[in-house]
Ligand binder design. Structure first.
Ligand SMILES: [Zn+2]
Length: 204
């Protein structure tokens, strides 16, 4: 039996499910919240509730959105013929920070990993293919694949490159240039490195 009162134990359990938070950290965070003022602790609870109620996925690119479409898709100045494919919404933020990309995005929702049971139909890959010719007036001319430089990210890039080529050979498929730390996630790359990788992207 837990030494904590059930509500405290519940808080510790929930906190320990967060990425990078182990049992000890969860315990420390829980005690921090218990010590903090009602206002402070409830502001955190409200922020969580609000984000879950108001933020959904963009119906076009599956980036985070507080309406039917995300800010990038709603921005008419962004080039609809150029699409950058990423694994997660956090990768959109990383690439936006470089200020090197003026196209649109497509968020896959993960990377292919047959070992973990993540197959093409578990990701937004079919939706990406649909976007290639969704607007006949302005068909997509380039797909920049910016999945992570990891085994699963590379496998996903190859799968998509082959899929796009098969459906629409006129579309150029590029991959971020090397220089990104191999095996690391995009969100850990600094802006300069990621910006250079984007400018120096190569055809695959
Ligand atoms: Zn969008």
């Amino acid at each position: 039996m837990s030494v904590y009162a059930p509500p405290v134990q519940r808080l510790i359990t929930e906190l320990s499910k967060l990425p990078g938070v182990g049992g000890r950290t969860a315990q420390r965070l829980a005690f921090h919240l218990l010590r903090s003022s009602d206002e402070e602790a409830l502001a955190l609870a409200r922020a969580i509730t609000e984000v879950k109620e108001r933020i959904g996925l963009c119906e076009t690119c599956f980036n985070l959105a507080d309406g039917p479409v995300c800010r990038v898709c709603a921005d008419e100045r962004r080039d609809p013929e150029l699409i950058c494919v990423v694994e997660e919404p956090s990768d959109v933020i990383s690439i936006e920070r470089t200020h090197e990309f003026r196209g649109r995005y497509h968020v896959l929702g993960g990377a292919l990993s047959p070992i973990d049971g993540i197959d093409p139909e578990d990701l937004k890959i079919a939706e990406l293919y649909e976007r290639l010719t969704a607007d006949p007036a302005r068909p997509v001319r380039e797909i920049v694949i910016a999945t992570n430089p990891t085994t699963t990210g590379e496998a996903t890039a190859l799968h998509i490159a082959a899929g796009v080529r098969e459906r629409n050979p006129d579309v150029t498929v590029t991959r971020l240039a090397s220089g990104l730390p191999v095996g690391a996630d995009l969100e850990y790359a600094d802006e300069l490195t990621l910006g250079r990788a984007l400018v120096g992207r190569r055809a695959v």
